[in-house]
Design a protein around this ligand. Structure first.
Ligand code: PHE
Length: 462
């Protein structure tokens, strides 16, 4: 196919799987998931999460994969080709990705800052971990956080853009190196955490199943987490699959990517929660968790400086293999739909993302780790930071997934999607009848419910 060749293609099966898994495995798994599992009841939450991934996550991913691979186009072009009235759904995805990147690159930058700090100056971080995080990264003491808001996020974004400037080859090369390293590091850190004295209490917490802890908020949290974690609802998986050859098996790819992503989330949970129990630190949530709270854990364990440094490398690798996927979604759209040259699209997009991102970090300065308003210091953009996350996690990602499943279920049609998934019957897909029913009914209903419920309740945990 000449169009496919012009726009690049993944070089190997494994390259695609590791790249898609690289997109899925990110800050969502390592930084968000453990806290949610802890607060939503441990073992019972894990079971709810697994059921949601198995039923909803896999089917939405398959729907996205089939649309992308069928058309070999970016999200907007793909939807347009299948039905011109629906191209705005792809546009919504591109917009969502753009907004997510604004804060994703800031947090990715913080991971680099902490790698450097753990290597060169860990005593200063440990002297007062919360103050270090609030002042150095967010500028809560009234100083301009030049490192947290500008320098390190800039480095992170520049690396992301550099990798993307090499197209699919860049993504594939990075993912085939970083993803195996990430897995090995994660398993090592998990073993370290689980063998700490006192870790068994944390393990018991994660394995104890008590369904009385599962309420509406826990289910909605699990659903929203699954989308974010599997990179669904914004056309990223569609764009990645568009670089895949027609000979690749989308059924097994969906299963492998969902399994890898979920394994990493579980491993991260079994790394962080036992460590937190062993060191007696009260787990917190939100931005400070991965930075301020975990510093207490690293301080308390033998070899904590080295373990901490490894952890931030892990966070950085996870973040950059995701940020590149999001940026690729936007760039593929600008290049293919708007005719912008790739380099120019990269520079312009990165500059805007960077500016909005700086404002994001500055806007956090007036909130402490619990989101409580701190008056007085710093530059004020009070609700800006919260607003971006609210908009993407609770509204835009679920909305993107909702419209994608409506589109595949009722407009393009599940038969077409199944034909594509199996490469016209070449591959086996014994669960096809179940896929049909889920995409048509369960997905839109369940996802519609998160959107409505998310707007109605102010979810304590997001
Ligand atoms: N899945 C990534 C994570 O878990 C984030 C992401 C969301 C990436 C949406 C792409 C699209 O961090």
């Amino acid at each position: 196919m000449s169009t496919t060749e012009n726009r690049g293609q993944f070089g190997s099966k494994l390259g695609f799987i590791l790249s898609a898994a690289g997109s899925a495995v990110g800050l969502g798994n390592i930084w968000k998931f453990p806290g949610k599992a802890y607060f939503c009841g441990g073992g019972a939450f894990l079971i709810v999460y697994l059921i949601i991934v198995a039923l909803i996550g896999t089917t939405v991913m398959m729907a996205e994969f089939t649309v992308g691979r069928k058309t070999h186009k970016n999200a907007v072009g793909a939807m347009r080709e299948l039905n011109s009235k629906w191209s705005w759904v792809g546009g919504l995805g591109v917009l969502t990705g753009f907004i997510i990147l604004c804060y994703y690159c800031q947090v990715g930058g913080w991971a680099i800052k902490y790698i450097v700090a753990y290597i060169t100056d860990v005593q200063t971080v440990w002297a007062d971990p919360t103050a270090y995080f609030l002042n150095n990264l967010l500028g809560a003491d009234g100083t301009f956080p030049v490192q947290g808001a500008v320098i390190y996020p800039f480095i992170f974004l520049a690396l992301t853009a550099y990798i993307i400037s090499h197209g699919t080859a860049g993504i594939e090369k990075m993912s085939t190196i970083l993803m195996p390293v990430l897995f090995i590091m994660l398993i090592g850190l998990m073993i370290r955490a689980c063998t700490l004295p006192g870790a068994d209490e944390g393990l018991a917490y994660m394995l104890h199943v008590d369904f009385s802890t599962i309420n509406g908020v826990a289910i909605l949290t699990a659903l929203g987490q699954a989308f974010f974690s599997l990179s669904l609802g914004m056309g990223v998986m569609m764009t990645y699959a568009s670089y895949l050859s027609n000979e690749d098996n989308l059924v097994s790819n969906t299963a492998i990517v969902c399994t890898l992503d979920t394994m990493v989330a579980l491993f991260a949970g079994f790394m962080i929660i036992p460590a937190v129990f062993a060191t007696g630190i009260a787990p917190g949530m939100g931005g400070g968790f991965g930075f301020a709270t975990l510093a207490g854990v690293f301080m308390a364990i033998p070899g904590g400086q080295f373990v901490g440094m490894l952890f931030y490398f892990l966070l950085f690798f996870a973040a950059i293999t995701s940020s590149t996927s999001i940026l690729e979604g936007t760039i593929a759209f600008l290049v293919e739909e708007k005719g912008v040259a790739r380099k120019k699209a990269l520079v312009v997009t990165s500059v805007i993302i960077f500016i909005v991102g700086v404002l994001y970090t500055l806007s956090q300065a007036h909130m402490n780790l619990k989101g409580i308003w701190l008056s007085g210091s710093g530059v004020t953009f009070p609700i800006f930071g919260d607003f971006l996350e609210y908009l993407t996690d609770r509204l835009l990602l679920p909305a993107g997934a909702f419209f994608t499943t409506l589109f595949v279920g009722w407009v393009w049609g599940t038969e077409n999607s199944i034909q594509e998934a199996t490469s016209n019957g070449k591959f086996k897909f014994s669960l096809a009848p179940i896929y049909k029913v889920i995409v048509k009914f369960l997905d839109p209903i369940a996802i519609g419910a998160i959107i409505v419920a998310g707007m109605v309740f102010d979810m304590a945990i997001s």
